[in-house]
Design a protein around this ligand. Structure first.
Ligand code: SF4
Length: 368
C-alpha cells in the first residue's frame, strides 16, 4: 500500500466524487446515522465510502465513469484516467422481506464491503429539538422518508443478520442507536439485539452507544455477545462540543475517558474505539493529543473526515482538506501501530471496516 494510495483515498473522501451515472453502485443512503450521502467504491482492494450527494462532491475534481456490467469504472481527475474503481453488487438479502412484512434493507444495510449496519433505535432524545441535537446528525431523516423503521426488534435483526451472512458473506456487524431515555443509554436494547443475532448466526458485533451511567453494562454487553464497543466522542474540544452537539456534550470528555478505562479490561485492548470527526474545528494537535491518551488506554481512535449531510444545520460546512487529514492520519497511524493497536485486529466495527477513513491504509504502510 503506497502513500499515494492513502492520499488518493483521502482526496476521494474529502472532495467526494462526481458520477457520470448517478445510479451506479448501491443506492446511497440519504440521511440516517453514520455515513450518508455516500457510495462504496473499491480501489486497489480498499473499500472507501466516498461522498456523492454533498455540495463539495458536486465540485469534485474526481469523475467516475459509467460502470461496465461487472461494476468496474474508470476514475478520472481533470480528464486524466487514474485507475479503476469497482462498485459492489446489490446484496442479495436486500430482496427479502421479514415474516411481518418489512423489507430487510429497512432493517440493516451493507456498509463498506462486508459490514452489516443497523440503527437499532432510529430516534434520539437529543434529536427532538435542533437546540439539543448534534448539528451534523440526520438520524430522523431516513425515518421521516420511510427508508427505515423506528425500532428494529431483536427477532428482525437476527433474521436479517443470518440472511446477510448466508447470502452475502457479511463478516461483521455494527449496531448503533439513537440515545433513548434512561440511564443505560440504549445498552439494554443493544444487549437484547446482540443476544438474538448471536443465537441465530456467528457474526462478530460492534455495539455503539453513549457511555451508560453504570459501568456494569460493559460486562452485560460482552456476556450478551457484543465483541467490540464504540463510544464516540465525535468532537474533542469542549467549547466546540457544547456548540455543535449541545445535548451530547452534557456527557463530558472526562466521563468518556472513565468509561473507556472501565470498558477496555472487559473487551480487550483495541476492542473499544471512538469515532472522531475531523474538520469541525478541532485542531490536528487537539485530535492527536487526545488520541495519544486513548491509545495509552487501549482505545482505537478512528478519525474520519467530516462530511456534511444535506438537510442538517452543517450541510454547508466545508469538508477538511486532504492535507489536514494527512497531517492527522500519518502521525496517528504511527501512534496506533507503536501502541500495539491495529485496525486489522479489531474483531468488528468501524475501525475494522475502515471505509470512512484512510487511517487503516496509513497503518498498512507502516506494517504491511
Ligand atoms: S467505517 Fe463504520 S460507518 Fe463507515 S462504512 Fe464502515 S461500518 Fe459504516
Amino acid at each position: 500500500m503506497s502513500l499515494s494510495t492513502a492520499q488518493l483515498i483521502n482526496e476521494l473522501q474529502t472532495y467526494g466524487v462526481r458520477l457520470v451515472d448517478p445510479k451506479a453502485g448501491l443506492e446511497s443512503r440519504r440521511g440516517g446515522a453514520g455515513p450518508s450521502d455516500h457510495k462504496a467504491l473499491t480501489l486497489d482492494g480498499v473499500t472507501v465510502m466516498a461522498p456523492v450527494h454533498t455540495a463539495p462532491a458536486f465540485e469534485s475534481p474526481y469523475l467516475v465513469e459509467k460502470p461496465d456490467a461487472e461494476g468496474r469504472a474508470t476514475v478520472r481527475r481533470d480528464g486524466a484516467a487514474l485507475g479503476e474503481v469497482r462498485f459492489p453488487a446489490r446484496p442479495r438479502f436486500y430482496d427479502l422481506t421479514t415474516a411481518d412484512g418489512v423489507p430487510y434493507w429497512k432493517i440493516a444495510t451493507l456498509h463498506g464491503r462486508d459490514v452489516l449496519a443497523t440503527t437499532v433505535l432510529q430516534t434520539c432524545i437529543r434529536y427532538q429539538s435542533r437546540t439539543k441535537s448534534c448539528q451534523f446528525c440526520a438520524i430522523g431523516q431516513s425515518l421521516a422518508a420511510g427508508r427505515t423503521i423506528e425500532r428494529k426488534t431483536p427477532r428482525q435483526l437476527a433474521e436479517v443478520a443470518k440472511a446477510a451472512v448466508v447470502l452475502d458473506d457479511v463478516k461483521h456487524m455494527v449496531m448503533t442507536t439513537g440515545t433513548p431515555r434512561g440511564a443505560d443509554r440504549g445498552a439494554q436494547m443493544l444487549c437484547d439485539s446482540a443476544r438474538a443475532v448471536k443465537a441465530s448466526v456467528f457474526l462478530p458485533i460492534q455495539a455503539q452507544c453513549e457511555p451508560p451511567d453504570d459501568d456494569e453494562w460493559f460486562g452485560r454487553m460482552k456476556a450478551s455477545g457484543v465483541d467490540t464497543l464504540g463510544m464516540h466522542l465525535e468532537i474533542v474540544t469542549p467549547e466546540l462540543r457544547a456548540r455543535l452537539m449541545p445535548g451530547k456534550a452534557d456527557v463530558p470528555v472526562a466521563r468518556y475517558l472513565e468509561a473507556y478505562k472501565a470498558a477496555v479490561p472487559v473487551f480487550g485492548r483495541g476492542q473499544v474505539s471512538t469515532y472522531i470527526l475531523a474538520g469541525l474545528g478541532d485542531t490536528a494537535e487537539a485530535i492527536l493529543e487526545i488520541s495519544a491518551k486513548l491509545v495509552a488506554l487501549g482505545v482505537y481512535p478512528f478519525v474520519v473526515p467530516f462530511v456534511p449531510i444535506s438537510g442538517t444545520p452543517l450541510e454547508s460546512h466545508p469538508t477538511p482538506s486532504p492535507e489536514f487529514m494527512h497531517s492527522i492520519l500519518r502521525p496517528l497511524a504511527r501512534m496506533i501501530v507503536d501502541g500495539g493497536l491495529k485496525a486489522a485486529e479489531i474483531k468488528a466495527g468501524c475501525g475494522k471496516c475502515g471505509a470512512c477513513s484512510a487511517l487503516s491504509t496509513y497503518e498498512r504502510m507502516l506494517s504491511p
